[in-house]
Design a protein around this ligand. Structure first.
Ligand SMILES: Cc1cc2nc3c(=O)[nH]c(=O)nc-3n(C[C@H](O)[C@H](O)[C@H](O)COP(=O)(O)O)c2cc1C
Length: 168
C-alpha cells in the first residue's frame, strides 16, 4: 500500500477483534513514530505500551470519568495494544512534532491492515494514568491498535474549496 492509499484507507476504529498484534508489527509501528520529523530534531516523544491489566484499568477509569459506556473506552478495552504518548520537553514545537509521530504510526498501522484510534480523551484522566505509569511528563494522547472489527464509512471532510485557497 503506498502512502496515498494508507492516507485514504485510514479510519478511526473503535471496535477490535480479540487477536493480538505481534511484537514485530508493534515495533514496526513504534519505529515509524521514531522516524518522524521533529522541530530541531528534538524528538520530544516517549511511548509507553501498557499491559493488558493497565489497559483495562484505563478503560474503566475513562468510562467512570465520562459517566457512561462510550466508544473510546470500548476501543481501549478491546484493542490489542494501547500506546501512551508523552511529551518529554518544554519546547514551543513539541506538540506539533508529537502529532506528526502519532500520524506516522497510524498510517503504518493501516499499511499492515491494522485499525487504530487516536485518543485525545485520555488527557481527561491524566492524573490517574500517570499514577499507573509513574510519569511526570505531559500525557499528550494514546493510540489504540488492533485488528478492526468494523468497517465504518469514511467520515465526511470539508470541501476542498472551503479549506484551500490560492493567494494571487
Ligand atoms: C487529536 C485527536 C484526538 C482524538 N481523540 C479521540 C478520542 O479521544 N476518542 C475517539 O473516539 N476519537 C478520537 N479522535 C478521532 C477523531 O474523532 C476522528 O479522527 C475524526 O472523527 C475523523 O474520523 P476518521 O479518523 O475516521 O477519519 C481523535 C482525533 C484526533 C486527531
Amino acid at each position: 500500500m503506498n502512502v496515498e492509499e494508507c492516507i485514504s484507507k485510514r479510519k478511526s476504529i473503535r471496535t477490535y477483534k480479540p487477536e493480538k498484534i505481534s511484537q514485530e508489527l508493534l515495533e514496526k509501528i513504534l519505529q515509524a513514530g521514531i522516524l518522524s520529523p521533529s522541530a530541531k530534531n528534538q524528538q520530544p516523544w516517549k511511548y509507553i505500551v501498557v499491559s493488558e491489566e493497565i489497559k483495562n484499568q484505563i478503560a474503566e477509569e475513562l468510562t467512570k470519568n465520562i459517566g457512561h459506556p462510550n466508544p473510546t473506552s470500548r476501543a481501549i478495552s478491546e484493542c490489542s495494544h494501547l500506546i501512551l504518548v508523552y511529551n518529554t520537553q518544554e519546547e514551543y514545537f513539541s506538540h506539533m512534532s508529537i502529532g506528526a509521530s502519532i500520524e506516522n504510526m497510524l498510517l503504518t498501522a493501516t499499511s499492515y491492515g491494522l485499525g487504530s484510534l487516536w485518543i485525545g480523551y485520555i488527557r481527561k484522566i491524566t492524573d490517574y494514568v500517570n499514577s499507573l505509569t509513574n510519569e511526570e511528563n505531559e500525557l499528550i494522547s494514546a493510540i489504540a491498535l488492533g485488528y478492526p472489527n468494523e468497517e465504518p464509512p469514511a467520515r465526511p471532510r470539508k470541501d476542498f474549496s472551503e479549506v484551500v485557497s490560492y493567494l494571487k
